[in-house]
Design a protein around this ligand. Sequence first.
Ligand code: SDX
Length: 433
Amino acid sequence: MTQNNTGNSATLTVEGKSYTLPIITGTEGDKAIDISGLLQETGYMTLDSGYKNTGSCTSAITYLDGTNGILRYRGYAIEELAEKCLFIEVAYLLIHGHLPTRTEFDNFKYLLRRFALLHEDMIHFFDHFPPNAPPMSILSVMVNSLCNYYPEMGDDPLTNIDMTAARLISKIRTIAAFSYKKSMGHPLVYPRPDLNYCGNFLNMMFDKPVHPYTVQPETVAALNKLLILHADHEQNCSTSTVRLVGSAGVNLYASISAGINALWGPLHGGANEAVISMLKTIHADGNNFKKYIDKAKDKSDPFRLSGFGHRVYKTYDPRGTIIQEACDDLLLTLNISDPLLDIARQLEEIALNDEYFVSRNLFPNVDFYSGIIYRAIGIPTNMFTVMFALGRLPGWIAQWKEQQENPNTKIGRPRQVYTGEPAREFVPMNERG
Ligand code: SDX
């Protein structure tokens, strides 16, 4: 490709013929070469394993600058939203594109309260999961099943998007808490109208008849901040999954359930659980940091530093910085000292002074410290990725809605380069040697 970017077009020369391709420039100057007509015009497609260089859509929801560590939701800096907003305020912002007025906020809060319960028949589902069923598998099954109980999703969900979004954002919280209670063999605790979104979740998780739980403002504030920091992140693996599944015209609940499964992966949202397991392993191995740093650098060893590296951020993940501070504040307030935090800090220090990590721009990401806060709150490790899903849900809904509202949306259907057998004659079974 020649670098002849004349203003808003690029020239591609292939087999001696030149083609002009439009250049798209985003709000913040991010540029893309539009290849929508490439195959038809040139007979060539592009190949981009893992879509490292490929934009799947235009979007007005979230802006990431991986070089400078910038993250904004609908133009607002994540630092400001995390400091000054409630999670459901940010959920409204992502879905509607503006911060809610007091009336809009109160209406949304009313809907979240109204839809907090599960259909009682759904509660029996929990009786049939095996005791050690992974919470992420329960979450995706239960969310997918919501379309059986709320068939109106088959109508136009966009006309009732506030109701649809509130129903899902509220019920996913109940599903998560009920799945935990069932796994512990404890009686279910139902949502309370007097508690806010995060306070209700904590109470449903930890309140017990014989040992009442006190909802502490510091814990609520820490959870609120974590959910905001996880709320959206442009076209990551799980969000792209929600869009791809949604592009086939399937309902919101099924699209979100697909996103939950993508998030479950240890390379994606599952990393927050993997970080704790890694830190525990290092701790049990006498804090032998060098051994694990060497393993992470050894190409013949599948071990990687969980919570380190990112496809987009080539500097600190801005969310990780905020989480570290929230971590210190909460542990100080709750008077908790977690040895895994010290190990995480030491591991980070060593890695960021090692040429292997520095030369590859590998920094702690959102998952590196979040598990320390979840531990301090009392959330079990196998529910950390469920917490990620609770936070990410408004972003998934906003991205799904943006795609459904776009009249130019087409079903997602990537191509491939075929590297299999050339055409060959069929050989009957008895002649196959
Ligand atoms: C999330 O996309 C999003 O926005 C995701 C997310 C969101 O909010 O939705 O931010 C949430 O998923 C955060 C990432 C959580 N995952 C982990 O922490 C798992 C550990 N990280 C890596 O597996 C990796 O860094 C990824 C998956 C996050 C990114 O992988 P890429 O972009 O495909 O990069 P790569 O694997 O090609 O790595 C480039 C180089 C390779 O070495 P070389 O081939 O150049 O020699 O860096 C190395 C990799 O081996 N590398 C690591 C490493 N991460 C990358 N080496 C050791 N430990 C690591 N963690």
